[in-house]
Write a protein that binds this ligand. Structure first.
Ligand code: 7TS
Length: 406
């Protein structure tokens, strides 16, 4: 059994009251809270070794560089990448996807095709639309059914030599649905030579990632959703892909030699890391990886699955409550609406008065909201420190909101 009490005690922010009630933080899909160990590493960086990296021979610069490179190796191990230089520090999933979409521009021609799914966050839609505008390529979308399950026969009909990129998330942020990326990847490999991008923003915090086993070309995620500071994120790319692509940003750190006539680029990973990085955040991301690994992926997945199943059971006891993607296999989040009482934001405001933090609205997934013909949903999302008692408080809060709004 997981000692949730001990885990919670490592998160100072959870100890407070909001509106006179103990905080019940269920907005982890937006960002997770940070444990003391991560906060201490962050503070220690700024109080003891703050310096720019890879630049100076002075001691602090060397210490900061070493600490950031140790963190890169931890992240390499965390997702089982083959080489440490396949790990690029970014400021989050959004930047990672934009980086890829920009870097592939030269590879994409008019009438080439890019496939995404219906269940994507805007940050896995808009950068590809922008790429299509730049190149004349076409965007295609894997459809879903009423349960939010992707219809993969679409791939059988649409994958071809024209398909240059397939980019899908492993877990949907809006509905929590786990997508069948293994099947998507195997169909893609069989029927095209497309580059495969996996958006792991909502999977990396919840279960073990193995990019070699998954056999994706790129895997992207955000540090701040997995107990690390904001402004941290990762782009993993297979060496041969990263070598093939052009850099995204130009500037310091990413050059081998620069003259007015010609610039040559630095080797990996620095070719993609122009400018001063978020050194303290990147080091603290390594500490967040330690935090997760000390608890253990299996323990995390087990606890969070139990919470999610319990939440689904408790919420479904409430009349006229609809869970989106009820029948699908989910991780991390559950999304719902009261069909006869107010709109999602009304429910969210009442829950806030009760100290319960959930996200309401479109979750940066307009197409999903349009599909279900709603303006938004209420989303409760879980982390390792959440408890069954908190789910009871959520269910009672939703009942109270229903009474008040009916
Ligand atoms: N992809 C997915 C699946 C996401 O859930 C998010 C953020 C992003 C990409 C973008 O990540 P960022 O760190 O660059 O912002 N999702 C959410 C959310 O569900 N609520 O707030 C942010």
């Amino acid at each position: 059994m997981l000692d949730t009490h001990n885990i919670r005690s490592q998160f100072p922010i959870l100890m407070q009251e909001i509106n006179g009630k103990p905080l019940v933080y269920l907005d982890n899909a937006a960002t997770s809270q940070k444990p003391k160990s991560v906060l201490e590493v962050y503070e220690k960086y700024y109080t003891e070794i703050n310096a720019n990296v890879h630049r100076g021979v002075h001691t602090l610069s060397r210490l900061a560089t070493e600490a950031m490179e140790i963190s890169r190796k931890k992240i390499q191990k965390f997702i089982n990448a083959e080489k440490d230089f396949e790990i690029i520090f970014t400021k989050g999933t959004t930047e990672s996807i934009n980086l890829i979409a920009y870097a592939v521009t030269r590879e994409i021609k008019e009438n080439d095709e890019i496939i995404i799914s219906y269940l994507e966050h805007h940050s896995n839609i808009v950068p590809w639309q922008m790429l299509c505008e730049r190149t004349g390529a076409k965007l295609k979308v894997i459809p879903m059914d009423e349960n939010g399950i992707l219809q993969l026969d679409f791939l059988d009909k649409n994958l071809s030599e024209k398909t240059k990129i397939v980019s899908v998330n492993q877990v949907s942020n809006a509905l929590g649905i786990i997508n069948p990326i293994e099947e998507i990847i195997s169909k893609t490999r069989k029927n095209s030579a497309a580059m495969i991008v996996i958006d792991g923003a909502q999977s990396a915090p919840h279960f073990k990632i193995d990019v070699q086993k998954t056999d994706c070309d790129f895997f992207v995620f955000s540090g701040h959703k997995m107990y690390a500071p904001m402004g941290t994120g990762i782009l993993y790319g297979k060496e041969k892909m990263l070598r093939k692509l052009n850099p995204f940003h130009g500037g310091g750190e990413m050059i081998a030699a620069c003259s007015f006539e010609k610039t040559t680029y630095a080797d990996l990973p620095f070719k993609f890391e122009a400018g001063t990085p978020n050194v303290g955040g990147n080091i603290a991301l390594g500490s967040a990886v330690d935090f997760i690994e000390n608890i253990g992926h299996e323990n995390i997945a087990h606890h969070e699955n139990q919470l999610l199943n319990y939440a689904q059971e408790k919420l479904l006891e409430i009349e006229n409550l609809k869970i989106y993607g009820e029948k699908a296999k989910k991780a991390g989040s559950i999304s719902f609406n009261l069909e006869n009482a107010g709109i999602a934001s009304d429910v969210g405001m009442i829950l806030d008065k009760l100290g319960i933090a959930v996200r309401t609205g479109h979750h940066c997934t307009h197409p999903i909201m349009d599909f279900f013909n709603v303006a938004g949903t209420v989303r409760a999302s879980f982390a390792i420190y959440n408890t069954f008692e908190e789910i009871d408080i959520l269910a009672e809060g939703v009942k109270k909101a229903q009474k008040m709004l009916r």
